[in-house]
Write a protein that binds this ligand. Structure first.
Ligand code: GLY
Length: 557
């Protein structure tokens, strides 16, 4: 009897505990947080076998190309931010590049109207950077043999059980995938859609991965893969040539650094707009006590949204590929400039985006993407975000190669001043030029406390990546949440244009009414980014958080 009462009390206390569903994953030594569980398991296995964080990141990224093809990829590009346990950090830019044949108005039709070719089909693809980026990371910082890190992905390509989420994702992208015979055959089984639990085998992708395991990036950019890709491009009116592939290079850049309330921030430099955004928005917030109003209060949301509005106005004008445009980073992050921007925010009244233009800065200087955060046993940390832009990219699978191509050309200002697929209005600085990298919002970021690793974070989510990553960091630092609570909390987004405050589900009607009363035009958002993060707790344990908006997993040992 006593045992029964004890069991009932235990069950009731578990049900009543508000934290029961919100614990992060804890591990003593190493942690992987990624957007698909099989890929997370690949990373944990590499770390258990003595691989370092870069080894694990390479293996997880290849695995995601197989198990999460809406965003994981060989045919896209991204950024890898690394902080070594010895305190050094670096940033690898393997963003796609515009093919050499690209021109300023290549996606404009009669009357200057965008044709849509920057979004769908062969002409939408930029020169892929992923394989070069992963190989560069491995060559400089990896410890395990390359082939060992590609092998798990090739094994998964032999077949893995389709999850409910993946089956539904394929079905919901049927309209796009149906338009291209190879994509229709591989991903939609020519209309006989995959059911959850069925085995999904990708023999062409397996063979491509096996060639990459043997021949490295050379195989992708100059070998059989390059030849087949260039031939298919030519046959289908695409722009990428053998020369574009051969000349592709990953660029190592200096990460952007800054500080927020005693934490050091290491983040993504241009051609990402994420790091500048994060640091400018944090700068505007640091001069205030906005957080005293409480997480999810209308007053706090209003203030942060006004900060977002101001940064995205600057983004539209001043952010682009730094190899083509002198991005005025230090002016955008100048304390006086930031204070002046902050001083225009009224606590009780929304601005209108029409009145907020980009600040007067002298020119001195997904929604489908995926992210993984990894910390290894020695304290090395990797934040890697990579993408093919839209879900399943441009919809094209290169025949015989098994991987989807990106539609990253739409991240350029296809028509400066007009919105792209994320509704982002961008300026001439981000216009198309041959060999240029399109502006990105990807924001892989690492935080330190007292010089020691504190947090690794990043997200997919198109233009909402920057605001999603910002809010998770604010939830941890300003509102004291654990990493899983910080990720789970409802998020909001403002990107200047369109002049809308987007709210996820979960905000109370009272809060929404108060925001409207301040003058915000409120709209709903199905999600504002999908964050994967690891926090190093004061007791030295690692806490991993994986976004429940997606279907990923944090795990470690
Ligand atoms: N393709 C999304 C981004 O790079 O921002």
């Amino acid at each position: 009897m006593a045992l029964r009462i004890l069991c009932i009390l235990l069950a009731v206390s578990l049900l009543a505990s508000p934290l029961a569903a919100d614990h992060p994953e804890h591990a003593r030594h190493a942690m992987v947080a990624a957007q698909e569980p099989l890929a997370t398991d690949v990373g944990v296995a590499v770390l258990r076998a003595g691989g370092n964080a870069v080894d694990a990141a390479v293996a997880v990224a290849f695995a995601l190309a197989v198990t999460h093809p809406s965003a994981g990829n060989l045919g896209g590009g991204g950024f890898l931010l690394l902080r070594l346990a010895n305190g050094e950090s670096t940033f690898l830019d393997f963003r796609e590049r515009a093919p050499a044949k690209s021109t300023h108005d290549m996606y404009l039709g009669p009357g200057g109207k965008p044709t849509g070719d920057s979004i769908t089909g062969w002409r939408a693809a930029g020169v892929p950077g992923t394989v070069s980026g992963l190989e560069t990371a491995h060559r400089k910082f990896g410890s395990k043999p390359w082939a060992e890190l590609v092998a798990p992905a090739a094994r998964l390509a032999r077949g893995f059980p389709i999850s409910y989420a993946f089956a539904k994702s394929l079905e919901s992208h049927a309209e796009l995938l149906n338009r291209f015979p190879e994509s229709k055959r591989i991903f939609l089984r020519n209309g006989k859609y995959y059911e959850p639990g069925e085995i999904f085998a990708q023999p062409e992708l397996r063979r491509t991965l096996e060639r990459i395991a043997r021949g490295g990036a050379h195989e992708f950019y100059e070998g059989e893969t390059a030849r087949k890709l260039a031939e298919a491009m030519e046959a289908n009116g695409g722009l990428i040539t053998a020369g574009d592939l051969k000349s592709y290079r990953t660029v190592e850049r200096k990460p952007l650094t800054g500080a927020y309330r005693g934490y050091s921030i290491i983040t993504a430099p241009p051609p990402s707009s994420g790091g500048v955004g994060l640091l400018q928005m944090m700068g505007m917030l640091e001069g205030t006590n906005y957080q005293d109003n409480g997480a999810e209060s209308a007053a706090a949301i209003h203030f942060v949204a006004e900060v977002m509005r101001r940064y995205y106005a600057d983004r539209s004008e001043y952010l682009a590929d730094p190899d083509f445009f002198r991005v005025p980073v230090s002016r955008l992050l100048d304390k006086k400039y930031i204070a002046a921007r902050r001083s225009t925010i009224q606590p009780g009244k929304a601005s209108t985006s029409a009145e907020i233009r980009a600040g007067n800065v002298a020119l001195a200087e997904s929604s489908e993407t995926t992210h993984l955060s990894i910390v290894d046993e020695k304290g090395n940390a990797v934040a890697l975000t990579y993408t093919i832009n839209g879900g399943y990219g441009c919809g094209v699978t290169a025949p015989g190669l098994g991987f989807l191509l990106n539609n990253e050309m739409d991240d350029f200002a296809v028509k400066p001043g007009e919105p792209n697929m994320f509704g982002l209005v961008q300026g001439e600085s981000n216009a198309i030029q041959p060999n240029k990298r399109p502006l990105s919002s990807m924001t892989p970021t690492i935080l330190l406390k007292d010089g020691k690793l504190f947090m690794v974070v990043g997200a997919p989510g198109g233009s909402r990546i920057i605001t999603g990553v910002l809010q998770v960091i604010l939830n941890v630092i300003d509102f004291g949440m654990n990493v899983q609570d910080a990720i789970d909390a409802p998020r909001f987004h403002h990107q200047w244009m369109p002049d809308r405050l987007y709210l996820e589900r979960g905000f109370s009607p009272d809060t929404i009414a108060l925001l409207k009363a301040r003058g915000h035009t409120v709209d709903s958002a199905s999600s504002v980014a999908n964050v994967e993060a690891v926090v190093v707790q004061p007791d030295g344990w690692l806490a991993g958080g994986s976004d429940r908006r997606a279907h990923g997993k944090a795990a470690g040992f």
